[in-house]
Design a protein around this ligand. Structure first.
Ligand code: ATP
Length: 541
């Protein structure tokens, strides 16, 4: 078992605790129902966070639906939107495989009643196995300390317990503890001596058990099997079930995409890492329908071409909204990670971000999967249409179920990544930190401030504010010192502040000018007040 230790989670330059504290203090993200103590796995967005998340959704909609990119053949892609319901006929989830298969193996702790995803439990030993004190026959190995993977806090807790235990039995503590994930089989063999993430003694964890992630509800007055319904665990199935209506009512023809954005719900076993693993979240999904491989003609783009195209497109999109550095990566799945439908396909890749809580590892923002014709075929069979539901391709004179490339992104994980990336500690400023959002993502595009609340400055500032607010999300603020107002804007990530001062009023030497303060450099220039709108149009669009 000790053959393949995974590297110990490292520390990141940015502290997640600080980011969470800023999110709370400045109204980006709060616990849902906080006044009642919150509810695990559910989060609310405050004024700044709601606008930030909307900017991400708007950017996606603009770049995917309103103005999609050119395809690999140089023609603009056709992508149309749908907006489907959260509760659907339960047969949808039988056909999609979710009722039977949408299960995570979970492990419960009998002592604390905490519940973990079995595939996310890793274990460590913190003594020097090389020195001969930890070989399988010795007492030392009879304790493995579990932690939840990609969770720094849980890792540190396990490390402390392991070190304490090593000292207790008198073995040498290793500098880098050996850690590794437990496979299902290993887990069953080892649970007698695994110390759970939140306990001190071994043997409190149950064996891994099935757990269906779909939230159940009932439609109508009677709560019985007949009225059972589910909250959708993904938006994709709405697209697949309306595929035929879209084809019949719009002029799309393969290759084309259907896009949907909306809430999805999963009763996650261990919601954690702030909004990263929530029980209610928002997805932004494209199902891109392409020619079935058997109907391909010479010169046609293959599923592999489209799959590669979408991996590249989506990676570039995340870069364009501010995740441009080495914290973003595209990772191809290993064969044993692939879902049931993807095994036959061209592949599955994840676009991942290195969050402070996953560092040095990465967490998924978006999956790009070749789903083959699995979903359309399943629905055609389950609704009784069978082959009659095949799409007729007029160009190729062929009937088939189109294959699908699915780029499926999370708006909440995206928002969290943008927040983490933008968070920039800077001890030289009064706020100690600023958020360097790209102008497109910034919740507030500009602050408009009179230097002092007298001498005609507020009136001029208010007029400028009224002009600009017709086009941009701008904020007018007269309270507190100008330094404090800049500090607030730094924490909100506002890229520009315009200040009306004595020179603006007098029209003095520089005549009718305001100062423009640049967030990232704190540099200030003067520009003519009647050029402010043009300035913002150039910088923000
Ligand atoms: P994970 O392996 O992290 O559970 P997944 O592979 O099950 O994710 P998908 O089913 O591919 O995720 O969902 C597509 C996207 O939806 C993910 O890339 C992610 O951004 C988002 N997403 C999925 N589950 C959650 C969740 N519990 N909380 C927030 N976002 C989620």
């Amino acid at each position: 078992m000790t053959d393949a230790p995974t590297p110990a989670p490292g520390t990141s330059a940015k502290s997640m605790d600080d980011i969470v504290a800023l999110c709370r203090r400045r109204g980006f993200i709060w616990q849902s129902s906080e006044i009642y103590g919150g509810i695990n796995g559910f989060w609310d967005y405050g004024p700044l966070g709601a606008q930030l998340k909307k900017n991400i959704r708007d950017a996606w909609w603009q770049d995917v639906v309103t103005c999609p990119p050119d395809g690999p053949d140089g023609h603009p892609l056709q992508i149309v939107p749908v907006d489907c319901t959260i509760i659907m006929n339960p047969k949808v989830w039988e056909a999609s495989g979710h009722v039977g298969g949408f299960n995570d193996l979970r492990v419960d702790c009998r002592e604390t009643n905490n519940r973990y995803r079995a595939d996310q439990i890793s274990v460590m030993v913190s003594w020097d196995t090389e020195a001969g004190s930890g070989d399988e026959s010795s007492d030392a190995i009879q304790r493995l300390f579990a932690f939840t993977a990609n969770d720094q806090e849980s890792y540190e807790a396990a490390r402390k317990k392991a070190e304490k235990y090593a000292k207790h039995i008198g073995v040498k503590v290793a500098k880098n503890p050996a850690t590794w994930p437990l496979t299902h089989a290993e887990f069953e063999g080892a649970f007698d001596y695994v110390v759970g993430p939140d306990t001190e003694r071994p043997g409190t964890l149950t064996e891994p058990r099935q757990f269906n992630l779909m939230f159940k509800t009932h439609c109508g007055a009677v709560e019985d099997e007949e009225s059972l319904a589910y909250l959708r665990p993904e938006t994709a199935q709405g697209i697949f079930t309306q595929f035929w209506n879209v084809v019949d009512t719009s002029r799309v023809k393969v290759p084309f995409g259907i896009a949907q954005m909306g809430k999805a719900f999963r009763n996650e076993v261990t919601p954690r890492n702030f909004t990263f693993r929530s029980r209610e979240f928002e997805q932004m999904e494209i199902e891109f329908f392409i020619v079935h491989p058997e109907a391909l003609q010479p010169g046609d783009l293959t599923p592999t071409d489209w799959y590669q195209y979408w991996c590249d497109q989506r990676f570039a999109w995340w870069q364009s909204i501010g995740l441009a550095g080495s914290n973003l990566q595209l990772r191809e799945h290993e064969k044993d990670e692939l879902s049931h439908y993807a095994k036959e396909g061209a592949g599955t890749s994840d676009i991942e971000y290195r969050f402070p809580f996953t560092a040095p590892g990465f967490g998924e923002l978006e999956g790009v999967a070749h789903r083959t014709d699995f979903d359309l075929r399943q629905h055609a069979e389950h609704c009784g249409q069978g082959d009659r539901a095949k799409y007729f391709d007029q160009d190729r004179k062929a009937r088939y179920f189109p294959h699908v490339i699915e780029p499926s992104a999370g708006a909440d994980r995206g928002t969290l990544a943008v927040l983490c990336e933008a968070y920039t500690p800077d001890p030289s400023r009064p706020s100690g930190v600023y958020m360097n959002f790209t102008p497109r993502m910034a919740p507030i595009k500009a602050g408009i401030f009179p230097l002092v609340a007298k001498d005609g400055m507020p009136e001029i500032a208010e007029k400028l504010y009224r002009d600009l607010r017709e086009r941009w999300a701008v904020q007018f603020d007269v309270k507190q010192s100008i330094g404090k107002r800049y500090a607030r804007m730094d924490e909100a990530g506002t890229p520009y502040c315009f200040t009306i001062d004595g020179e603006t009023v007098s029209g003095g030497a520089s005549g009718g000018t305001v100062t423009v303060r640049h967030r990232d450099t704190q540099q200030q220039d003067r520009i003519a007040i009647d050029k402010v709108a043009q300035f913002l149009a150039e910088k923000i669009g």
